[in-house]
Design a protein around this ligand. Sequence first.
Ligand code: UDP
Ligand code: MG
Length: 197
Amino acid sequence: MSAEKPKVIFVLGGPGAGKGTQCANIVKTYGYVHLSAGDLLRQERNTEGSEYGDLIETHIKNGTIVPVEITCSLLERAMIESSKNKFLIDGFPRSKDNMEGWERQMGSKVNLRCVFFFDCTDQICVDRCLKRGLAGSGRTDDNEESLRKRLLTYQRETMPIIMHYESLGLVRKIDAAKPEEEVFEEIKVIFKEFDAE
Ligand code: UDP
Ligand code: MG
C-alpha cells in the first residue's frame, strides 16, 4: 500500500438491496476496487483445505455472522494483494463485533471516507433475492428460510451499526428501491458532493 492511507467506503444495506450491482457501476466510473465480504467468505469456503470452510458455510446458511478475525483478515489480504488505494467494502461491518474487530485491526491503517446505506423495504429484499435464486445465483442462502434469518440479523445487528455511523455523520443514504440506473444517478450526485475520487 502507498504512503497515503487507503480510502475506504463501507457499503451497507439489506440482502438484495443492490450493493453488488452498484459497486460494479462505481468501479467502472470511479476506479474503486470492490471487495465484497460475502464473496471473499464464499471464496474461502470453496478453497480446498481451508480450515474455516464448514464454519463459514454454517453461518451463511443461517444468516449469522462469521467471526470478525476471519472476515477482516480476508479483507486486509485482498487490499494488500490489489496494491490499489481506493476500496468499496461491501457487506461489512455488519455487527458490533465486526466493527470493533475492524477498528482494532484496520482502524489506523485506512481513511474511512463514508458509509453508503442502501435503503429499501424487507419485501423488496426478499423479492430480489428470491428472483436471484430462481435465476440461478447458486447461493445457498437465496431461499426463503435463510432469507428470513438474514433479514433478522440485518435488523438486529447491522442497523445499529448504520445508526452508529449516522451519529458520526458518515452515512450517505441511498434510495435502493428505485431502478438500477436511477440509483446510480443518486450515487453520482453523492460522489460529486464529497469528492471521494
Ligand atoms: N457474511 C459474514 N460477514 C460479512 C459478510 C458476510 O458473516 O462480513 C456472511 C453472512 O452469513 C451473510 C452471508 O455471508 O448472511 C452473505 O453475505 P453477502 O454480503 O454476500 O449477502 P448480501 O447482503 O450481499 O445479500
Ligand atoms: Mg452482495
